[in-house]
Write a protein that binds this ligand. Sequence first.
Ligand code: UDX
Length: 447
Amino acid sequence: MKKITVIGTGYVGLVSGACFSEIGNRVICCDVDARKIDLLKKGEIPIYEPGLDQLVEKNTERGMLLFTTEVGEAIEASDIIYIAVGTPMSETGEADMRYVMSAAKKIGEHLNGYKIIVNKSTVPVGTGELVREVVQANKRNPWTQFDVVSNPEFLREGSAISDCMNMDRAVIGSDSEAAREIIAELHAPFRTRIFKTDLESAEMIKYAANTFLATKISFINAIANICERVGADVTDVAEGMGLDSRIGSKFLQAGIGYGGSCFPKDTYALAHIADKAGYDFELLKSVIRTNQRQRLVVLDKLRGTLGSLAGKQIAVLGLAFKPDTDDMRYAPSLTIIPELLKQGAGVRAYDPIAAVTARRELPESVHYCDSIEQAVTGADVCVILTEWKEVLQMDMARLKKLMNQPLIVDGRNCFSLAAMQELGIQYHSVGRRPVHAAERDRQSVNF
Ligand code: UDX
C-alpha cells in the first residue's frame, strides 16, 4: 500500500485517485475548492462519469479514499504526490501553468521527507524541470530529497474508469531510476505495459499521442469531404483503410470534428510549443483548421436542403462533445446552434445528460426538450450532433410521423443509408451520398 496525495479533483485527479485507491492504496484527494470537497465528502460527484460514483463510495467507505482542502497536511502525510490540476488554454493558445506552479510551491513548502512528485496534468515539455526548480526553491529543509516524474494520463471521458483499470500502457518518465521503479510498482496491479523514459520524452508522448489522434480525425474528415464530391462512401473507405494493421480502424469515424477538453487544447498547445522551439508545425495547424471548418458542414447541408433557415424549426439531438459525458467544452453544438439562431431558425434541443451544462453556454433562446420525441415534434429538420445510444436506437418510423417533414442531417453518420432509404427519410450524412425521400418510391417503380 502506498500513501498518495492527488492535488486537483478535476476529471483526471478524481478518476486517477479513485482508481489508485481501488487497487489498494490510501489516497487523499485535495482541492482548494471547498464546495467541491464538501460535495465529494457527501459522496456527490461534481462530474458525470459512468461508474465513478460507485468507485468513490466504495473506497471512501473502506477508508482508502479521503477528501480535503488541507493540501499541506495531505502532502505531509503522503510519499507520492500527484499533480492533476487544470492546464486550461490561455488566450494565446498556450497551456496556462498557474495551477501547476502553485501546486509545486505548496509541495515545496510541505516537503517533510523524501517524496516523488508526479505530474499527471498535460504540460508543455520542460514543466517537470520547472516543477523541480519551484519545489527546490520553496522547501524548508535544504537536505530533503525529492524526485520528479511525468506520468501522463490517456483517459477518455465516458470510459475513464475502464480506461484507467485496463490502460494500454503506463508512461513513466524521470531521470531517477529509483522513482521510475516506485511508480512502475504502483501500476503493477493494473497489469499494464510499463514504458519508462526520461522526463521530457514522457511529456512529449502525451502531446504527440493526442495530436496524432486529432490528426487521424481531421484526415478522415477531409477524406469524407472529398468522398462526397467524387461519389465515394467514407464509411467503406475508413473500413478498408483500417484493415491495414499499420493504420488501424480506430479514430477513423468521420463527422463534425473533435471537441472536448483535450484535443482542441493539446493541438493548440503543441503548435505553440513547436513555434517557440523554432519549428513551424504546419501539419498540425492544418489539422486544427480542418477541424474548425468541419463543424460548418452541417450548416452547409442545412442550407443546401432547406435554403433559408429563417423561421425553420430545427430539432438538435445531442449537445455534448461526445456521448456519455455532460462535457460541453469545445462541443460542435457551441458553434452550430448560435449560427442556426443567427440565421433565424428556432432550435429545439435534446441531450440526455448535458442539457444542464449546455444552458450555461448556449444562447437563451434555445428551447430545451425532455425527450427526443418532444424535440422532433413539428420540426422541419432533425440535426444529429452527438451519437448518444438513445439517438442510435430511436424509433425512426415514429420520428417520421412526428416531424413536419422526414429530413435528417446527421453529423455523426449514425444510420445506414439503406435503412433511411427503406423508411423514406431524406437523409444527409458526412462523406456519404445523400438519400432523397422520393428515392424509395422511384426505386419501387423501377422494380
Ligand atoms: C481524448 C483521448 O482519447 C484521451 O486519450 C486523452 O487523454 C483525452 O482526450 P476524450 O476527449 O475523452 O479523450 O474523447 P475521445 O473519445 O478521444 O474523443 C474526442 C473527440 O473526437 C470527440 O469529440 C469525438 O466525437 C471525436 N472523434 C473521435 C471523432 O470525431 N472521430 C473518431 O473516430 C473518434
